[in-house]
Structure formats: structure tokens, C-alpha cells
Write a protein that binds this ligand. Structure first.
Ligand SMILES: *Cc1c(COP(=O)(O)O)cnc(C)c1O
Length: 382
């Protein structure tokens, strides 16, 4: 039986096995061990101006970031609606209130104009938002030039959810460094993985020291266990860090493979009426974690779900884009500012298989399934 084609499968073609073996052999399998600081330094060296503290997931990195930003019960936190639930769940962990904002069409990320309208509207209600969670969705950097100006104008902390954007750059600077605090994820299907893992990014060594402290149960520097505040068991373990260290050595290779996959899809489908791609704006380098297409059903005669089903019949995994959070039952009670930019991305979009080891044959097969739909629909209409 033919193996299924997955959306985004991890590839371990570096020193992952060697490092895991070493962690097991030396017994350093938990939160002590040399791979952890080594992985942190490797990550930081890519960021140049910033340092990192690694944790056990992107979600815990976001949780700690909000705590470090001073978010607490009853505070309002603005959040891009078009994202994975983990961008907003930690706001609820803290008893704070998410305020969702629509996307703009060029990057699919938070719309700067609506962001400013939202801030003004909340201020007029006497509620100053404590922070804004800006996401670099699908590896595409947000419009930081505008966003940072607005955030500075109103003195609002920016948390950059760069979970999907490891290795992407915006005007020459790496994603992760644009917020007051940045976050990465190394979950199983991200561009580099540690199994489960994440990182907190900051240029402020005190903030990072505090992040590390909180991620290790807020244990004070005593010879016995002394705790003055609530801590979390969020630190990355040494086996995970070993995998991460091996993965990051191959990051550039992984990105260039994903970018060629995107390019090939675009070459093969770019001229099809009613199918469009997320383009890179000037000065932006996207890691192309996942290739997405938008299908305009009024033009094509078929929908994203038609393609998803046809692909599934051939054991090929594809997936809708993130369903906006303001449309999710769990977040329905919270305010939303904007129109239907992000909902229409959800209704039209499809993530196509983008694993770095996707072969040309497999990719051509996927494209054929899509091209065939044009013929099917046309023959029905005639
Ligand atoms: C994956 C992801 C996260 C959460 O990361 P985990 O490591 O899975 O906890 C947060 N935000 C976005 C946009 C993500 O894609």
C-alpha cells in the first residue's frame, strides 16, 4: 500500500539520533544537560540582537510572555483572529480578555488600521489594552513597520507569535525580534521540531532570566526548595534540545526545500483562473512553512473542500487554513473588530502538502487532482 502524503512531516537527516543517544547515555534527559544552552545559543546566533530561553511548547512560551508583559485577570489583550487557538488560549489561562482583530489581504496577518481603530475603541471605553499578540502566520511576517508605530504611539506591549516563522525575515531582520517579546514553536509539524518545544525571545536579559526562572517552578536559589511565587513546569528537556540542535543546523536547507515546493506549486497552478497564492511583499523572506492556495469558487466552479475530499481519496492530506478565532465557539463571547477578510481566507483557503521531502512526482500528482477538477466541473455545466 502506498504511504499517505502528509501535510508537513518532520525529517531527521542530521545528528538527531546521535544527540538523543548521547542524552540517554549520559543520563541527562531532563532539564539539565548541555544541549539546552547549546540550542539556545544557536537560536540566538541566528537572531543576532536577541537571546532565547527554551520551553516545552510554543503555548507555554506565549503563556509566560503574557505573564512577563504584566497581563493579569481582567486585562484586555488584542489578538489577531486569523491564527491557531494557542495564540489566544493563554490569554484565557490568565483570566484576561481577548479582543480579536481582522487580517489584511497582503500578508493575511493583523490589519494595522483595524488594530489602531480597536485600540481607540477600547480606550474610549476606558480600557487600555495591555498587550497585542501579532502572528507571523504561515511564516509570513506581519506589517511591523506600521504595527510597531501604532503600538509605540499607545504604549502597548507587542508579543510576536512567530511560532510558524522560524527563519523568516522582514527587511533583513529575523522574525521573533519584532515584538517586545517573541515566541517560537518547535512542535512536530513546524519547520524545525524538538518533538514538542518552544522558545521565548527577548533583547532584555532580565526578562529572559525571569522567563527561565518561571519555567522551572520559580525555584529560588537556595539549597532546599524555596518558592516566593507561582512557577510553571515549562522548561525544555535535554533530549528535545538535542533534536532541536540537530534540526537548526539544517534550517536553511529545510527552508530552501519548502520554498522550492512553494515555487513549483506556483509554477504549476499560478495561471489557473480562480487560484491564487500568498505573495511575498517587497523586503520579506517567508520560510514557506506551508503552501496555501485560495480557491475562488465563483471562478473555478469547485471549492477548497472539493479539492480536500479528492486529495483525501488518494490518501493525500490537505487542510483548511486556520478558522478565525472570533468564529470559534470557545471565543464567541469576546469582541471582534473588522470585516470578513480572515473569514473569507478560511472559506477559500487550502494548505497543500509541503513536507520538505515531498517528491516532484507526488507534487505533480497533487496538482493533477486540482487541474482535473476544472474539467469535471466544466463537463457538468455543459
Ligand atoms: C503551533 C503554534 C502555536 C503553539 O505552539 P505549540 O508548540 O504547538 O504549543 C502558537 N501559535 C501558532 C500560530 C502556532 O502555529
Amino acid at each position: 500500500m502506498k504511504a499517505p502524503i502528509l501535510l508537513s512531516a518532520p525529517v531527521f537527516d542530521g545528528r538527531e539520533h546521535e544527540y538523543i543517544q548521547k542524552a540517554l547515555n549520559t543520563g541527562f534527559i531532563a532539564t539539565n544537560g548541555s544541549f539546552i544552552p547549546k540550542f539556545e545559543r544557536k537560536l540566538a546566533s541566528r537572531l543576532k540582537t536577541h537571546q532565547v530561553s527554551v520551553v516545552n511548547s510554543g503555548t507555554s512560551a506565549l503563556h509566560l510572555s503574557l505573564i512577563l508583559a504584566g497581563v493579569s485577570k481582567g486585562d484586555e489583550v488584542i489578538c489577531q483572529s486569523f491564527t491557531f487557538c494557542a495564540s489566544a488560549n493563554p490569554i484565557l489561562y490568565l483570566g484576561a480578555v481577548p479582543i480579536f482583530v481582522d487580517s489584511e489581504a497582503e500578508t493575511w496577518n493583523i490589519c494595522p488600521e483595524i488594530l489602531e481603530d480597536t485600540i481607540l475603541s477600547r480606550l474610549s471605553k476606558g480600557k487600555k489594552p495591555k498587550a497585542v499578540v501579532v502572528v507571523d502566520l504561515f511564516g509570513m511576517p506581519s506589517k511591523y513597520e506600521d504595527i510597531l508605530k501604532i503600538a509605540n504611539r499607545y504604549g502597548i506591549t507587542v508579543i510576536e507569535d512567530a511560532a510558524e516563522a522560524v527563519g523568516s525575515t522582514y527587511h533583513g531582520r529575523p522574525c521573533g525580534v519584532f515584538g517586545n517579546i517573541g515566541v517560537f514553536s518547535f512542535n512536530g509539524n513546524k519547520i524545525i521540531t524538538t518533538g514538542g518545544g518552544g522558545a521565548i525571545v527577548s533583547s532584555d536579559t532580565e526578562v529572559l532570566a525571569k522567563a527561565k526562572f518561571l519555567s522551572m517552578q520559580a525555584r529560588e536559589d537556595f539549597h532546599y526548595y524555596e518558592h516566593n511565587e507561582v512557577g510553571y513546569n515549562y522548561r525544555m528537556n535535554n533530549m528535545a534540545a538535542g533534536i532541536g540542535l540537530a534540526q537548526i543546523d539544517k534550517l536553511d536547507q529545510k527552508i530552501s526545500k519548502r520554498r522550492s515546493i512553494f515555487q513549483r506549486y506556483q509554477e504549476m497552478l499560478g495561471n489557473c483562473n480562480g487560484i491564487s497564492f500568498l505573495e511575498e511583499p517587497d523586503g520579506v523572506f517567508c520560510n514557506r512553512w506551508l503552501t496555501n492556495i485560495l480557491i475562488d469558487e465563483e471562478v473555478t466552479g469547485f471549492s477548497n473542500d472539493d479539492i480536500r475530499k479528492r486529495l483525501l481519496e488518494m490518501k493525500i492530506e490537505s487542510r483548511f487554513l486556520w478558522k478565525p478565532l472570533h468564529m470559534q465557539p470557545v471565543f464567541l463571547d469576546f469582541p471582534y473588530y473588522g470585516g470578513n477578510v480572515c473569514s473569507s481566507l478560511f472559506y477559500k483557503g487550502l494548505c497543500l502538502p509541503s513536507s520538505e521531502n515531498l517528491s516532484l512526482d507526488e507534487q505533480e500528482m497533487i496538482v493533477k487532482v486540482i487541474l482535473k477538477q476544472y474539467k469535471v466541473k466544466r463537463s457538468i455545466r455543459i
